[in-house]
Structure formats: C-alpha cells, structure tokens
Design a binder for this molecule. Structure first.
Ligand code: ADP
Length: 185
C-alpha cells in the first residue's frame, strides 16, 4: 500500500502516519523528521536545510526529491510506504509520479487531513511548548501556513483530478481520526 498524507502543518499527519505504519507494517517516511535528524547530526544536508527550516520556508525541490528517491530505494518500502510531508509542491508531486511510474509502484491513496486554521494555530503554539521546535515561533508558524496555502494546497486539486484524493476531517480524538482514515483505505 503506497500512501501520501497531505495537510497543513499541525494537521496530525505524523500522528496518523505513525498509527498507519503500525497497523499496516509499512514505513512512515517523514521528510521533516529526515531533515531534523540531518540538522541534529550536522551533516552537509542538515547545514543547508536548517536556514530554510528555521524560517518555515521550503527546502529546494531538487534536494527533497533526491532525499525521497534515496529513501524509497531502501528495501523496507517494498510492501508499501506512507509519505508524510512530501510532496509539498507541484514539482515534487510530478517528480514522485515519474519515480513511482519508473518503479511501478503507483500511489494508491492521498489522504487529505482537514483542520480549521484557528485550531492549527492553537495546536502549533501548544507544540512549541512541548517540543521546542525552532520553527514553531509565531512568525515561522504564520509563514509555514502561508507557504502551505500557496505551494501545497494546490496538490489537493492535483490529486483529486487523478481520482486519488480521500478527505478526512482532522478534528476529534486521535482514535476517531484514525477510524476515519481506516474507512477510506
Ligand atoms: P510541518 O508539517 O509541521 O510544517 P514538517 O516536519 O513536515 O513540519 O516540516 C518541517 C520543515 O521541513 C518545513 O517547514 C520545511 O522547511 C522542511 N520540509 C519538510 N518536508 C519538505 C518538503 N517536502 N519540501 C520542502 N521542505 C520540506
């Protein structure tokens, strides 16, 4: 099963991705986690990515496409994968579509998790206190939501046209939302 989780920052992609990964025993590939780990280790990728991430800006498409291509080449993705945080631009979506065609591993479902803006702001502000992420400052949060609307939201239509989109209301308990996801798969 090859899935994409789509949704604004704070929608709960990571939480649901985790649950799905356990339920279906396929890896969750979070590009945000991959980048944060590179920043933490101080690798060249991490040093390049940090400037973008702290501001809430997107890391360049070529860099991200390279990361995902490498990650999908690993054996643990053979039975399926869950992408969380990728694609985030139309260029990334097009690259992914070429890649999955080449590898004959079509994307089967794109799950769009929908949460109202005010709730997102509250969640992200709450997370800042818990996790202390550099990009959870007021300014970076506002910018990430703006970037989402401009760069990522167009993917909703992109995948709807391909007949892959499954929309889920992302408000409620983690279990309730997981149930909704399970129903559309
Ligand atoms: P959130 O969804 O809460 O914004 P993520 O952990 O998914 O957080 O991403 C954190 C940051 O990592 C993004 O703001 C961006 O700088 C970078 N990033 C992650 N995935 C991508 C991607 N596919 N393309 C570009 N930048 C990305």
């Amino acid at each position: 099963m090859n899935l994409i989780l789509l949704g604004p920052p704070g929608a709960g992609k990571g939480t649901q991705g985790h649950r799905l990964s356990e339920r279906y025993n396929i890896p969750e590939i979070s590009t945000g986690d991959i980048l944060r780990s590179a920043v933490h280790k101080g690798t060249p990728l991490g040093r390049e990515a940090k400037n973008y991430m702290d501001r809430g800006a997107l890391v360049p498409d070529e860099v991200m496409i390279g990361i995902v291509r490498e990650r999908l080449a690993q054996d643990d993705t053979e039975r399926g994968f869950i992408l969380d945080g990728f694609p985030r631009t139309v260029a990334q979506a097009e690259a992914l579509s070429r890649l999955s065609e080449e590898q004959q591993r079509p994307i089967e479902h794109v799950i769009s998790i929908e949460v109202p803006q005010e709730e997102l702001l509250q969640r992200l502000a709450g997370r800042r206190q818990l996790e202390g992420r550099q990009d959870d400052t007021d300014e970076a949060i506002r910018y990430r939501l703006e970037v989402y609307e401009r760069e990522t939201a167009p993917l909703i239509d992109y995948y709807r046209r391909q007949g892959l989109l499954r929309c889920i209301v992302g408000v409620g308990t983690i279990d309730e939302i997981f149930q909704r996801v399970a129903v559309v798969l």
